[in-house]
Ligand binder design. Structure first.
Ligand code: XLS
Ligand code: CA
Ligand code: CA
Length: 438
């Protein structure tokens, strides 16, 4: 097999002063931060769909990037060329994981038996490459939103036949994830939602989605899948109302349907902002629910209200995200760059620059989050802020050893309580800036 990304070397760490566009300035895989190597804190993954399939097509124009990799698109030869390109790319980038949808790997046939045969063939080829390179699968998933059959949803469809088809895809995608040793399996509810209540039985649809997930857990465990299942929340797009709106909604759904032991969350930054939250908010909600699973590392464009999947370059957000992840005990998954270069960034070199930007942004985020934690002033402030619960009546509340009557008597004796103390927001922001920029 000949080299595809000719002229692009292995990407090395050259440090913050380097002017080489094809080098890391901050991601230094072996550098130890808080007792662990950067590469262990940051298991980065390549998204098969954006990096190897998306060519810049949008609703106003055709693709601008050539992702044929020397083969005719729509053929098995092309499916294998994408494998060659993907492994060469990951090797040159020093990326150890990839994520995939079933239909990213092969052209879909009309008959699912033929699609599955093609999937077997391509994954045999991927396994050889995985053995050669040591590259692994982070998570797999089934695309249950692209094909017109899913126009009314997959688990939430009104058609029993389409539901069965979705189940068949989940079954196969789970088998492939196990075959490739994937750490996780994702459900992103692409069209699991509704356009109008006038034609929708919300309760029935949600129960059907949960049943599909239950069957996936049972089947996955029966074929040896030991990893986590993930829900990836998103509030809208493509559907007007998506059932897994945000982390809190998804956590409630998982609990309501008894799925919380097997599922965690895959939090995507751009989906957080579409939900009107920050990325770090979604991470905190996942963490306090014991559901901090994996990350889709990207960012939105605040000028645009849709899912732009830009490469992450906002270091402040990456720092806050890494702070939440470290404080939350880390991920069971990793950092999947569900991100694409902008349409005019259409060269092979741009593919590398996108990943260099994303990896350097999270490396900086990690370095700065660790400094904030080691500095300790934020932790100390938060501890003191709640210190009234450390003794007296506060301790009784914290220990759940009081009652409304006792608290009412206490309040009556108190007269007017003192104000609860400054939140010191500006002071804390100054500390963060001081650590970020000094
Ligand atoms: C789309 C989602 C999708 C999932 C995987 O908005 O981000 O790409 O990550 O199906
Ligand atoms: Ca995603
Ligand atoms: Ca997205």
């Amino acid at each position: 097999m000949s080299e595809i990304f000719k002229g692009i070397p292995e990407i090395k760490y050259e440090g913050p002063k380097s002017k080489n566009e094809l080098a890391f300035k901050f991601y230094d895989a072996d550098r130890v931060i808080l007792g662990k190597k950067m590469s262990e804190h940051l298991p980065f993954a390549m998204a098969w769909w954006h990096n190897l399939c998306a060519n810049g097509v949008d609703m106003f124009g055709r693709g601008t990037a050539d992702k044929s990799f020397g083969a005719v698109p729509g053929t098995m030869e092309h499916a294998k060329a994408k494998v060659d390109a993907g492994f060469e790319f990951m090797k040159k980038m020093g990326i150890k994981y990839f994520c995939f949808h079933d239909v990213d790997l092969v052209p879909e046939a009309d008959d699912i038996k033929e699609t599955n045969r093609r999937l077997d063939e391509v994954t045999d080829y991927m396994l050889v490459k995985m053995k050669e390179t040591g590259i692994k699968c982070l998570w797999g998933t089934a695309n249950m939103f692209g094909n017109p059959r899913f126009m009314n949803g997959a688990g939430s469809t009104n058609s029993a036949d389409v539901y069965a088809f979705a189940a068949a895809q989940v079954k196969k995608a789970l088998e492939l994830t196990v075959k490739l040793g994937g750490r996780g399996y994702v459900f992103w509810g692409g069209r699991e939602g509704y356009e109008t209540l006038l034609n929708t039985d919300v309760k029935f649809e949600q129960e059907n989605i949960a049943y599909l997930m239950r069957m996936a857990v049972d089947y996955g465990r029966s074929i040896g899948f030991k990893g986590d299942f993930y829900i990836e929340p998103k509030p809208r797009e493509p559907m007007t109302h998506q059932y897994d709106f945000d982390a809190a909604t998804a956590a409630g759904f998982l609990r309501a349907h008894g799925l919380d032991k097997d599922f965690k969350l895959n939090i995507e930054a751009n989906h957080a902002t579409l939900a009107g939250h920050t990325f770090e908010h979604e991470l905190r909600i996942a963490a306090i629910n014991g559901m901090l699973g994996s990350i889709d590392a990207n960012q939105g464009n605040p000028m645009l209200g849709w899912d732009t999947d830009c490469f992450p370059w906002d270091v402040v957000t990456a720092t806050k995200a890494m702070y939440e992840i470290i404080k939350g005990g880390g991920l069971t998954g990793g950092f999947n760059f569900d991100a694409k270069t902008r349409r005019p960034s259409n060269t092979y070199a741009d593919m590398f620059k996108g990943y260099i930007l994303g990896m350097d942004t999270f490396a900086l985020g990690l370095i700065k989050a660790a400094e904030i934690i080691e500095d300790g002033r934020l932790d100390k402030f938060v501890e003191e802020r709640y210190s009234s619960f450390g003794s007296g009546i506060g301790k009784k509340i914290a220990d759940r050893k009081t009652s409304l009557s006792e608290l009412a008597d206490y309040a009556a004796k108190l007269g007017k309580p003192e104000l609860p103390g400054s939140g010191n927001e500006e002071g804390l922001e100054e500390i963060v800036n001081q650590i970020l920029y000094s």
